[in-house]
Design a protein around this ligand. Structure first.
Ligand SMILES: *[C@@H]1O[C@H](CO)[C@@H](O)[C@H](O)[C@H]1NC(C)=O
Ligand SMILES: *[C@@H]1O[C@H](CO)[C@@H](O)[C@H](O)[C@H]1NC(C)=O
Ligand SMILES: *[C@@H]1O[C@H](CO)[C@@H](O)[C@H](O)[C@H]1NC(C)=O
Length: 291
């Protein structure tokens, strides 16, 4: 295990970083309700979360918004493209006392339902987004673009979405370009690719801010995963227009769809090194595949 112990050493040398950018992709598992408490344990560095839905996670409804900011997401769209049920719901959350500051739009709309995507054409998504997000922005909520994957296909979808949205807002004389506050993006590959992606996103779209709302280097060995973590986290923390990030892996290794080594918890629900680092703690030495 020589290789792994040197990895653990390397990893612990950056372990103590904390960051206001760090958030949680909350994927509750009803088999292990106790896991929900790990992310909000005392000293946790996580300050915000989303769960792919419009309602706060039932496990966190009593946690104040000021301690753990919930970011609602409109995952997909009903058959009525002008449906405004999401903005109606978010306004209710606000009037009920939960100070919603940011919202997320469609999850991977460029992919079909069968691949976990919201399956929307850029044109349909633009109609829905103008109907259901722009009114929230007028009320002071910051609105994120649809969250595509950071590959060529996703960026092409996003460019077409912005093309449609810009045309529509110009026609209605409300703006000269598609109004949005931040650009969410997903990344599942190596560190070099992540750097290239963020450079490309900046030069192609000039977004005010970027949020990396799902990312990891999936299905690789533990040493490579930890190296990715150690390179990606300081890089993201140092980028001034990268406002927030949320690693995809807040679950146990044996229910993972990104391979076991990217996960924050081992089979028994103990924090792995990466899981502990992400919460602001030190190395645990817990192998993701153990337990
Ligand atoms: C609008 O989206 C459609 C696909 O839904 C695409 O074919 C078209 O090129 C887009 N328009 C602009 C101006 O980008
Ligand atoms: C996870 O990491 C272990 C140790 O490095 C390795 O043996 C295993 O193949 C990795 N799993 C995957 C899916 O890459
Ligand atoms: C995951 O591991 C736990 C603990 O060993 C076990 O109880 C559970 O059945 C496993 N789940 C799956 C989907 O393999």
């Amino acid at each position: 295990m020589k290789v792994e112990s040197s990895v653990l050493f390397l990893a612990s040398s950056v372990a103590a970083t904390r960051s206001a950018k760090r958030g949680l992709v909350h994927i509750p598992n009803s088999n292990w309700p106790q896991d929900n408490n790990i992310w909000i344990q005392s000293g946790s560095d996580i300050t915000w979360y989303y769960n792919y839905g419009q309602a706060p996670s039932s496990q966190y409804t009593s946690v104040p918004q000021s301690q753990l900011e919930f970011v609602p997401q409109k995952w997909g769209q009903s058959s009525n493209p002008s449906d405004t049920s999401f903005s109606t719901y978010v306004k209710q959350l606000i009037s009920g006392g939960r100070a919603i500051k940011n919202v997320l739009a469609y999850n991977e709309p460029e992919y079909p339902y069968s691949s976990g995507g919201a399956q929307l054409s850029p044109n349909t998504a633009a109609i829905g987004w103008i109907a259901d997000f722009v009114p929230l922005q007028k009320q002071g909520v910051r609105i994120g673009l649809p969250a595509v994957n950071g590959d060529d296909y996703g960026l092409q979808w996003l460019a077409q979405f912005l093309g449609n949205c810009t045309q529509m807002v110009k026609q209605s004389n409300t703006a000269t370009s598609c109004p949005y506050d931040f650009l969410p993006i997903h990344w599942y590959n190596n560190f070099q690719g992540l750097q290239t992606l963020l450079n490309n996103v900046n030069s192609q779209f000039h977004p005010p801010k970027i949020w990396l709302t799902e990312f990891t280097d999936p299905n690789v060995d533990l040493a490579t995963t930890q190296q990715f973590y150690n390179q990606a986290i300081p890089y993201l923390d140092g980028l001034s227009n990268l406002e927030r990030y949320s690693w995809f892996g807040a679950f146990r290794s044996n229910v993972s769809n990104v391979g076991p080594n990217a996960t924050f918890l081992n089979r028994a629900g103990k924090l792995t090194d990466i899981g502990s680092f992400y919460l602001g703690g030190g190395a645990t030495g817990v192998l993701p595949t153990s337990g």
